[in-house]
Design a binder for this molecule. Structure first.
Ligand code: RB5
Length: 152
């Protein structure tokens, strides 16, 4: 499994902690920065991670900022990205099972390290259920293309 991670300065400490835990599990982790606590702009990190995720075939991405909000808003502006801002393990599992989220966004100033790790583990243990959910994910893609969805 290939994972790509990134954060701004507000999420840096959490991103570092998660990276260590993922690597300890033997997983391949690519870090797009930031690399210290100097201030950076989260849209730049979101763009870098999402572009590489889609272009280089990573299994999923983890983005961290102070709250997880700004970086998720930015990530969701990129076609093909379904970024879920999650703060609990159940939502993380559902984000993958129902929404086929390819990025999860976490708040480094909100979540403790253990809770954040349980969220990531829950996401990784889940899988997209397809079926009726595929139709809805397809409609998200239609929204990206500006295609009007029918009501079915
Ligand atoms: C940076 O101070 C902070 O605004 C950012 O990390 C994030 O919380 C934005 O949503």
């Amino acid at each position: 499994m290939r994972i790509i991670v990134g954060s701004d300065h507000g999420g840096w400490a959490l991103k570092e902690d998660l990276k260590k835990r993922l690597e300890a599990e033997g997983l391949s982790v690519t870090d797009v920065g930031c690399y210290d606590t100097c201030s950076v702009d989260y849209p730049d990190i979101a763009r870098e991670l999402c572009t590489r995720l889609l272009g280089e075939g990573y299994d999923f991405g983890i983005l961290c900022c102070g709250t997880g909000i700004g970086i998720s808003i930015a990530a969701n502006k990129i076609d093909g990205i379904r970024a879920a801002h999650v703060s609990d393990a159940y939502s993380a599992a559902m984000a993958r099972a129902h929404n086929d989220a390819n990025v999860i966004c976490l708040g480094g100033r909100v979540l403790g390290d253990e809770l954040a790790w349980s969220i990531v583990q829950s996401y990784m243990a889940s899988s997209f259920q397809g079926g009726r959910h595929q139709k809805r994910v397809d409609k998200i893609a239609d929204l990206e293309k500006g295609v009007a969805c029918d009501q079915q």
